[in-house]
Design a protein. Structure first.
Length: 319
């Protein structure tokens, strides 16, 4: 049996090639009614914007002789995306915001409010939060330094953590060198990405306090499992005041304002997008399903996740 779907934001159909379904969920619901025969769900050319994760469960499992295949139709280009396009942008005019932006970025940074798109779940800067994409490329959340890393210059509580011959600190309190943190006085939610004790174990950690006089950074608990060592590398991110080059962005989670320094003029053909879905497809205890010839684009975590189940195939996909 063949079922057909087109990329459409509304309408209805009956699933044949002349009157296809208008979303993939309708086709999957229909396929559940025909367990004893092979089902092909053909996606016609276009970009399918998912509003929520597409979940395939045991209810979607098939028999080996009657698999479910979800595929692009013939050689047509099909994209499943967890993105929302952001068409409404304005130059920053708020004097408080402008005062925090670097001189070279003023006049170029644009702002849009995510709440006007119905987006209120921003996720955390630690992991799993929104990401910004432009022309299918992931944009850089604002960070310092732009390319290199900072160094833990000294520990507040040295020799309180010892692993083999390596000595460090159990506390997320350490000193830095330089005056960069002086421009962070108005920042609301600073995060650090660091290799705190071992170069193979990195973690994102939130800043609790920065003393610019003593040049000491204190992190919020829980501290890193292995502790902290002098000389280890880290960088800061999620700072409005560090949007200093094109393609960087920052989200004010209190207001929903997203600030972006575009590298090109924004127009009707190339609006930025943000990720709103964690995983595009989740297969949980589902069996005998084939997903093929589809491009998966823009998710906070994964294109496809598979847990349990058997005899499932992912063929010729781009993630």
């Amino acid at each position: 049996m063949n079922l057909y779907v087109i990329a459409s934001s509304g309408g209805s159909g009956i699933g044949n090639i002349d009157k296809p379904y208008h979303n993939l969920t309708q086709a999957i619901d229909a396929a559940r009614q025909f367990k004893n025969q092979p089902i092909n769900i053909w996606l016609r050319e276009g970009e399918y914007f998912l509003k929520e994760t597409l979940k395939l469960t045991h209810a979607d499992s098939r028999f080996p002789h009657a698999p479910l295949t979800i595929s692009a139709y013939k050689n047509e280009g099909v994209i499943l995306t967890g993105a929302v396009k952001l068409p409404y942008w304005n130059k920053v005019v708020d004097s408080n915001v402008l005062s925090q932006l670097p001189d070279q970025a003023r006049g170029f940074v644009q702002v849009t409010n995510l709440k006007q798109y119905g987006i209120t779940d921003f996720g955390s800067p630690k992991s799993g939060g929104i990401e910004l994409f432009y022309k299918d490329e992931k944009m850089q959340i604002s960070r310092y330094p732009n390319d290199k890393n900072l160094i833990i210059s000294k520990l507040v509580q040295p020799n309180t953590k010892v692993i083999r011959k390596y000595k460090g600190s159990i506390a997320g309190k350490f000193y830095y060198q330089g005056d960069f943190a002086e421009r962070w006085s108005k920042e609301k939610d600073i995060w650090l990405h660091g290799y705190w004790f071992w170069n193979w174990k990195d973690e994102n950690q939130q800043v609790k306090n920065i003393n610019t006089v003593s040049k000491m950074i204190e992190l919020k608990k829980p501290y890193h499992y292995y502790g902290y060592r002098k000389g280890q590398e880290y960088y800061a991110y999620n700072l409005l005041s560090e949007i200093d080059k094109p393609n960087e962005w920052y989200l004010d989670r209190d207001t929903g304002n997203l600030y972006y320094y575009p590298s090109h003029e924004l127009n009707d053909f190339n609006y930025p997008e943000i990720s709103v879905i964690s995983n595009l497809i989740e297969m949980n205890d589902a069996s005998n399903i084939v997903i093929q010839n589809i491009t998966f684009s823009v998710a906070r975590h994964n294109g496809i996740t598979i847990k349990q189940g058997s005899n499932n195939s992912i063929v010729n996909v781009v993630v």
